[in-house]
Design a protein around this ligand. Sequence first.
Ligand SMILES: C[S@@+](CC[C@H](N)C(=O)[O-])C[C@H]1O[C@@H](n2cnc3c(N)ncnc32)[C@H](O)[C@@H]1O
Length: 340
Amino acid sequence: MPRHEFLRGGFFRRVPGAASAAWAPVLEGDEDWLTGCYADELLVTQIAGTIVPADIHGEIMREPTSSSTLPSLVLRMLEDLQVEPGAKVLEIGTGTGYSTAVLCARLGEEYVTSVEYDKDVAARAQSALGRLQVYPTLITGDGLLGYRGGAPYDRVIATCGVRKIPAAWIEQTRPGGLILATVGGWLGSSELACLTVQEDGTASGPLLGGAVSFMLARPQMAPPLGLLPDLSAGREREAVVGADVLDDWTSRFVVQAAVPSAQRLTLEQDGRVEHVLIDAESGSWAAVYEEDERWIVRQDDTEPLWDAVEEQMGRWRVAGAPALTEFTVTVTPKGQTISW
Ligand SMILES: C[S@@+](CC[C@H](N)C(=O)[O-])C[C@H]1O[C@@H](n2cnc3c(N)ncnc32)[C@H](O)[C@@H]1O
């Protein structure tokens, strides 16, 4: 697949050594543009919801919002999804259109529907696919709602992450069909999940492993934290579980499932580092720090976040600290559960 056709607008390259992530544009015609296009790397194509490489001279320090997935991950996902000829596929997150084109090459364009949230990104993908004379059904809108017009699908694949597998994807997939998406959250850990849709309208399946991460679906991105609560109030005690569980990919995933609305901040005050979890919706918070080789937690009493973290970590450790590949995601009309 000629990947450079999907990157004619250039891409952003991460600036090495910068303290926080900084990005510099690489444009068509630049010396390393073509080699970059054919490197097995994720290439960021949009930042902060609107900014494209041609907009920037120098560097920019904001979050990426669209990219071309690394080609080996596109192929791995199509293998995980078991896309066989004759299968009708709904893709969420068209991005540059590269993975859409790969799907069309495998299945034929009449079997592929792809939804992109951002209208400018969608328009660029449509032009790139048009240059290659590939014409799948392209929809601009919120892919979390699926696309009823093409249902039922045999396969749903998402190249943006979700906190919860949307009910619409299950409703629009035929029984026995597969849904492949990264399940993640606001603590920044995620994993690919492959769910099989059942006759009764539920879906379940394993996490597949590999620490796969995608930018979260736009409507599910973390809300602003708002005014910080008074982090000096609250009750303090020795913590059973230290804040180091937030640094490891697997234990962070376990914690995230226990406190799905929490976001993390790291503050330095009074000469020590405090690891803070805040739930912007409920206002609950917990601040954890290390003192004399012990972990101390201070938290508000209404909905003690760190109690929930410790309870979940305790259950996971008692079970032998299973790897994420031993986890199962289940979605029923009552909601999503992640178990091991
Ligand atoms: C990692 S990129 C997709 C890359 C694409 N697979 C490729 O090969 O170029 C993720 C895309 O998902 C889109 N996106 C985010 N939330 C979405 C949503 N709710 N519905 C549809 N697309 C969404 C983003 O705008 C972004 O373009």
